[in-house]
Design a protein around this ligand. Structure first.
Ligand SMILES: C[S@@+](CC[C@H](N)C(=O)[O-])C[C@H]1O[C@@H](n2cnc3c(N)ncnc32)[C@H](O)[C@@H]1O
Length: 250
């Protein structure tokens, strides 16, 4: 029997799953998270879904090699479409774009109900996902950053509920109150600022009206990253950080 070991990104996601959870891992691909959760007897049950047969076969093979094939339910489906809500209290959607994650959740409104826990790890557009979550009856209760091969990835914990609006910059980083203690925040802000700065330069050359709107939003986010960085430095130096950037924009 093979024991699965997880990369830092997958490990950070898997360790957020509480003991006894009924897990659905959407877009499982290699199936490492389901296998790891079963091997460590963390999950009470695991459903692994993928939209494509090739990745799902990979997941079955990983489970077979680990001797846990009979402990995981494999579903070939789009998102959570065939996933029984009553068999799921924890949904993992990781390694996909923020828009895909949003589309999967939009098609499964039951994920907002009964305190279900969502563990989401968008590879792109986390700002779009956070905005959608907060406008769609979800509250974000946790944020975590993880670094793998030089890249920093956000992990978002959410459940059904309400939350106050986030600033433009917080849509990219996660709410200050949830992220300010993260040891990777300073580095993440630098990455975001340099990416946003490049996008701003590109848009400044455009004459299209819709690009002006996008430009204004990016400038606001950029300024927010700068203010957040200042707050972070003050916080780390033990100074008061109560004059938070309070511009709300969703
Ligand atoms: C890059 S892999 C991520 C694998 C793993 N979750 C991770 O975080 O490493 C993305 C997987 O999601 C699957 N996928 C994409 N869209 C999907 C959807 N709407 N429903 C289910 N699976 C999907 C793809 O087939 C692929 O196997």
């Amino acid at each position: 029997m093979e024991t699965v070991s997880l990369s830092p990104r997958l490990l950070a996601i898997a360790t957020l799953v509480p003991q006894g959870a009924k897990v659905a891992d959407v877009g499982t691909d290699h199936g490492y998270i389901p296998v790891w959760l079963v091997q460590r007897q963390i999950a009470a049950s695991v459903i692994a879904t993928d939209i494509r047969p090739g990745p799902l076969k990979k997941a079955v093979l990983s489970a077979r090699k680990a001797g846990v094939e009979d402990k995981i339910k494999f579903l070939l489906c789009d998102g959570l479409r065939d996933c029984p809500p009553e068999e799921t209290d924890t949904v993992i959607i990781s390694g996909m774009g923020g828009e895909t994650i949003r589309n999967i959740l939009e098609a499964a409104p039951w994920t907002r109900c009964d305190g279900r826990r969502l563990i989401l790890q968008p590879m792109t557009k986390p700002e779009l996902l956070r905005l959608w979550l907060s406008n769609s009856g979800y509250a974000i209760s946790g944020e975590k950053l993880v670094k793998e091969a030089g890249v920093i990835y956000p992990i978002i914990l959410a459940s059904g509920g309400k939350q106050p609006p986030m600033t433009r910059a917080e849509l990219y980083t996660g709410r200050w109150g949830l992220i300010s203690e993260d040891p990777l925040l300073g580095e993440y802000l630098e990455q975001l600022a340099s990416k946003t700065g490049r996008a701003i330069k590109g848009l400044e050359r455009s004459k299209r009206a819709e690009d002006r709107v996008r430009l204004d939003k990016l400038r606001e986010a950029f300024e927010g990253f700068y203010l957040m960085r200042k707050k972070l430095i003050s916080k780390r130096e033990g100074k008061d950080d109560s004059d938070a950037d309070s511009k709300n924009d969703t």
